[in-house]
Design a binder for this molecule. Structure first.
Ligand code: FAD
Length: 446
């Protein structure tokens, strides 16, 4: 009997892998183990679920285990935790979390897609009721439940990255008093510094108070959290959310002799293979190839998890293809602002030894004579000698995400500023200026 392709983890990477493998090999048995009760959901929707912009959590579940079973013939076993991997015997030990029964599961190929978990620092009071993380759908359900209590009026968010700030916006929509604590000297440290101030101003305009340069020291409280304590002060709160990054779930892999590397993520080659034959890894548990740095980095994103998972599924079916890599292209909504980034910032480019120049322009997102044109700020980073585009950051209101994707396309294709300025972009007053904002930036840079 043919042993199945087994996948550990049933969210973005795992289910993309399962679906791709099924399409390529309709007769291949595919089994997915997921320790929670949910698979295939969009964790990215959780901040909006908190504020009821997305009222029903089931809307974030893209496909159910029943769908995979009945429509695709993929066996999805939820509430099943993989306890160990024996890579010699090609066998897993799996615990049914309902019955407590522990079973053995042989595999022909294995895809490790266990994702990441929220970092929880070992600090006094971190276990107090009222201190939460937001990583899984279950976390989202718990936090929403807690927020519904009328006694929860003041929330402190620790961490001023995308997720912390998205949550801040949604909690303001609920009418909560929100403060954000950030250890770094500025928020959104993955951007160049000039963008931090714009975002900070937007947060203040919306009564979100950001305290930068303040490391977390403790949570204080008796029965439940009453304050977040930093190096500089104490912030009273009824609820606290830790949003200080994630750590790959790689203990299982490490214990099985699967090599882990950068930030503790599984080392993979560009075919998503690990160092162990017939074992692949994908998503937030794995390193990812950066197409400008030409080496593996750790940038956990839903986009990457889906792409890597799909490729792992394909490669596990013996149809080898290489991962083209990432640019870290991402976007977030922070109140009325959209902020996006692709490729290298000026700071990172220099850190990695690139000799770069940059140009920043502020222009309008559509024709000046059409109602409500808004400012859009674009920073281009490019090679000093060749003028090849290496990165871009955009903050504005309309069309920010699409412009980041256009820039990512240009960087992917190795375009210079001159070539980019000559791209034939569209125009109509409600959407764009006759000189597209990106073209304006490229022309100014040239
Ligand atoms: P995960 O989603 O972590 O899934 C891994 C699964 O493996 C988990 O369900 C876990 O239970 C299971 N598992 C782990 N160990 C075992 C085991 N031993 N046995 C069985 N099962 C196991 N990304 C973007 O690109 N854009 C966004 O706007 C964005 N917003 C986000 C907002 C929030 C609030 C959060 C939390 C994340 C956001 N992300 C965003 C990131 C994105 O959600 C993740 O990159 C993506 O979910 C990673 O998918 P994954 O399958 O690799 O891992």
């Amino acid at each position: 009997m043919q042993h199945p392709l087994v996948i550990i983890g049933g969210v973005a990477a795992g289910m993309s892998a399962a679906s791709k493998a099924r399409r390529l090999q309709p007769d291949l048995p595919v089994v997915v183990f997921e320790k929670s009760e949910y698979v295939s959901y969009g964790a990215c929707g959780i901040p909006y679920y908190l504020s009821d912009v997305i009222p029903d959590h089931n809307k974030m579940v893209i496909r159910t285990p029943q769908y995979y079973d009945e429509r695709l013939g993929i066996a999805v076993l939820t509430k099943h935790e993989v306890l160990s991997i024996d890579t010699e015997a090609k066998e897993l030990q799996v615990k049914d979390l309902d019955s407590g029964e522990i079973k053995k599961q042989p595999y022909s190929k294995l895809i490790y897609a266990t994702g990441a978990r929220a970092i929880v620092p070992n600090l006094p009071g971190v276990d107090l009721p009222g201190v939460y993380t937001l990583r899984t759908l279950n976390d989202g359900l718990k936090v929403k439940d807690a927020l519904a209590s009328p006694s929860v009026k003041r929330v402190v968010i620790v961490g001023a990255g995308y997720i912390g700030l998205e949550v801040a916006e949604n909690l303001r929509l609920l009418g909560k008093e929100v403060q954000v604590i950030e250890k770094a000297e500025r928020l959104l440290v993955n951007f160049d510094s000039e963008f931090s101030q714009i975002v900070s101003d937007e947060l203040e305009r919306n009564q979100v108070h950001v305290h930068t340069g303040e490391g977390l020291v403790a949570f204080r409280g008796n029965e439940r959290v009453e304050a977040v304590v930093t190096e500089k002060g104490e912030y009273p709160c009824d609820l606290a959310i830790l949003s200080i990054g994630v750590r790959p779930n790689c203990e299982l892999a490490h214990n099985a002799g699967i090599k882990v590397g950068f930030k503790g993520a599984v080392v993979v080659d560009r075919q998503m293979r690990t160092n162990v034959p017939d074992v692949f890894a994908a998503g937030d548990c794995a390193e990812t190839y950066h197409r400008l740095l030409h080496k593996n980095v750790y940038i956990p994103l839903g986009t990457t998890a889906n792409r890597q998972g799909r490729l792992a599924g394909q490669n596990a079916c013996g149809a080898p293809e290489e991962f083209a890599g990432v640019l870290g292209t991402s976007v977030a909504k922070i109140f009325d602002l959209a902020v996006s980034i692709t490729g290298l910032t000026e700071e990172t480019a220099r850190d990695f030894g690139f000799d770069v120049l940059s140009t920043t322009v502020t222009t309008l997102d559509h024709a000046i004579y059409y109602p409500n044109p808004r400012k859009i700020r674009i920073k281009l980073v490019y090679d000093r000698k060749t003028a090849t585009l290496l990165g871009g950051q955009i903050v504005g209101h309309e069309g920010v995400a699409h412009r980041a994707d256009i820039l990512a396309t240009a960087i992917t294709n190795g375009m210079t500023l001159g070539e980019f300025a000559e791209v034939d972009m569209c125009y109509a007053p409600p959407y764009k200026g006759v000189w597209e904002a990106l073209t304006v930036a490229a022309n100014v840079a040239e």
